[in-house]
Design a binder for this molecule. Structure first.
Ligand SMILES: C[S@@+](CC[C@H](N)C(=O)[O-])C[C@H]1O[C@@H](n2cnc3c(N)ncnc32)[C@H](O)[C@@H]1O
Length: 224
């Protein structure tokens, strides 16, 4: 783990106990609808293996497990994974792992999900995407759910104001530094067409994306 990843790990480990509740408050519950949309894009069911990367408290992993999918949750933060494991009554396999160096054989997953995790890997996004591609079998799917940049200028300005000004203010109740970082981490993150191009350049054969809630979030579905 380099210094940046270590800082991200410390930050998420600090906010782990409040992460789920604050996520619901700050998105007005919308993250559940966004995730339901994204989950429908993931290959799932008996006989399917999936990696939930940047799993956090395991929202994707828990939903996929319910469909009979064999899921492993991986994250830098052990406290986040402890909550994910607790939510699955101890049944979810979890691995403390860095997305840049996954401890899995090449081609061993049918699907990888990354929920609100990619923007924390901006130091070298193409390297992370190549590593995800490595662990996916050919024709496997990567489903990314992440904040994005709405195309309509007024909506982009309004949501930008909310994210940059109000989220740090509300988040300060829990951890001012952490929620300031979470708001700022969207700066410099690629817009949806740019991320699509990055995925194609990182070894994926095809990629489609869907903008939700006017583009506040984007769901990218990339085929290995
Ligand atoms: C905002 S949380 C998202 C959690 C969950 N996926 C969700 O959808 O709510 C981002 C997570 O990514 C993890 N993370 C950040 N960089 C990572 C990396 N390089 N490798 C593995 N996990 C990472 C953090 O520890 C954190 O738990």
């Amino acid at each position: 783990m380099n210094e940046r990843e270590a800082a991200v790990e410390r930050l998420f480990s600090r906010i782990a106990p409040n992460y789920g509740v604050l996520n619901t408050v700050l998105t007005f519950g919308l993250h559940r609808l966004w995730r339901r949309f994204a989950t429908r894009k993931v290959p799932q069911g008996q006989g399917t293996t999936a990696l939930d990367l940047c799993a956090g408290t395991g929202d994707f992993a828990v939903a996929l497990r319910r469909t009979g999918t064999t899921v492993i949750a991986a994250d830098l933060s052990a406290p986040m994974l402890t909550i994910a494991r607790h939510r699955s009554h101890g049944a979810l396999p979890v691995v403390v792992a860095d997305g840049f160096q996954l401890p899995f054989a090449s081609g061993c997953f049918d699907a990888v999900t990354v929920g609100f995790g990619l923007r924390h890997a901006q130091q070298d996004l193409p390297a992370l995407l190549r590593e995800v591609r490595r662990v996916l079998r050919d024709s496997g799917k990567l489903v990314v759910l992440e904040l994005s940049h709405p195309p309509a200028p007024l909506w982009r300005w309004l949501t930008g104001l909310y994210i940059q000004a109000l989220i740090p203010l509300i988040g300060a109740v829990v951890d001012a530094e952490a929620y300031r970082y979470l708001a700022q981490s969207l700066r410099g993150y690629p817009d949806a067409p740019t991320l699509q191009a990055m995925l194609l350049a990182s070894g994926f054969a095809a990629c489609e994306y869907h903008l939700l809630t006017g583009g506040i979030v984007a769901v990218h579905v990339a085929t290995a």
